[in-house]
Design a protein around this ligand. Structure first.
Ligand code: GLN
Length: 322
């Protein structure tokens, strides 16, 4: 009801105001210079519930780039294009406990493939399996899937793309290593170009909340029951979000928040709260998608205020999937 929406909105507004002042220990990502232009104190959230109720609070109008959140999208698209078993033969589903851009696990003898699609090595491997010869051809199904969800086409942020490309020594090193051990399926340069572009797609937290809602509902659009992402792929993606989505802070996030989520170094977090049977009074938050933006990052590369806000909301509203 309207009344419920009003008091929920009041709560969210208060929490956003509180956590916005809580970014001092965070820093903007510095290794991609263009990301330094963000306002470190920005914080916004959008929560989209299955019953059609949407809560929006704080800096909801900001555009920012997908960065690592794109790893979830390209994994979904690659599974849709190449098949789940094919993809799982090429990349494992095990958390690493290492930083997102770590190269260490690739060197271990027993490792026959990158450990998961959500660290850079695994994501670059996934991107190398996308069909098409140019980076734009490879990204087309990615843009298509996103357009199916939003009803409008997203755009590339050229400034971030250029910035990312120019400061890409680490990702190139990972790429060359993948090439050396035979994990890459197609041309390295095109693969890296595709990867930098997928990271540089501009979104808003409304967009992230929408993706989260589709994933929360196992790939289905709750409005009309239409399948946007096949159920099995949506489920595996949520498993990966829970186990690897927050880099080497995934265990802590699962412990304190308990929701499948994927972060990016621009400060975005995409979260999916699956519906579950409950006896409480807040059916609206069942099966909801959440988008958060707060560009000041902690040590592991996740939004500091964003994580605190999500932890608070998950605790107050009992959103943990466990
Ligand atoms: N574009 C970034 C990179 O490859 C994405 C990393 C991230 O968001 N953690 O380094």
């Amino acid at each position: 009801t309207e009344e419920t929406q009003e008091w929920l909105q009041q709560y969210v507004d208060d929490w956003v105001t509180f956590y916005r002042k809580n970014t001092d220990d965070g820093e903007l990502a510095s290794y991609i210079p263009e990301l330094q232009k963000a306002d470190p104190n920005a914080l916004g959230i959008v929560i989209r519930g299955n019953n059609g109720m949407t809560l929006r609070s704080g800096d909801t109008g900001e555009q920012f780039t997908l960065q690592s959140i794109s790893k979830a999208i390209t994994f979904i698209v690659a599974c849709m294009e190449r098949g789940v078993s094919y993809m799982l033969n090429n990349v494992d589903v095990e958390p690493t406990g290492e930083a997102f851009n770590s190269i260490m696990h690739l060197e271990m003898k027993q490792v026959k493939k990158p450990l998961n699609p959500f660290n850079n090595a695994g994501a670059i491997t996934v991107t190398s399996t996308l069909p098409g010869t140019t980076s734009d051809e490879r990204l087309e199904p990615v843009f298509q899937l996103l357009e199916n969800m939003f009803g409008h086409r997203l755009k590339l942020n050229h400034a971030v793309y250029e910035s990312e490309r120019k400061s890409s020594t680490r990702n190139r090193a990972i790429g060359y290593y993948l090439l050396e051990v035979g994990f890459l399926e197609s041309d390295l340069d095109v693969t890296l170009e595709t990867y930098f572009k997928q990271c540089s797609i501009d979104v808003t937290i409304d967009d992230l909340a929408r993706i989260g809602q589709v994933l929360a509902n196992d790939g289905m659009d709750p409005k009309n029951g239409e399948e946007i992402v096949p159920r099995q792929i949506a489920r595996i993606t949520k498993v990966l979000m829970l186990t690897c989505g927050m880099y080497n802070a995934s265990g802590k996030f699962a412990t304190y928040v308990g929701i499948p989520a994927k972060s990016g170094v621009s400060g975005g977090i995409l979260a999916a709260v699956p519906p579950r049977v409950r006896d409480d009074t807040m059916p609206f938050i069942d099966g909801c998608g959440i988008g958060v933006y707060g560009p000041a990052l902690g040590e592991e590369g996740n939004s500091v205020a964003g994580i605190r806000l999500l932890r608070h909301i998950a605790t107050q509203w009992d959103l943990s999937i466990f």
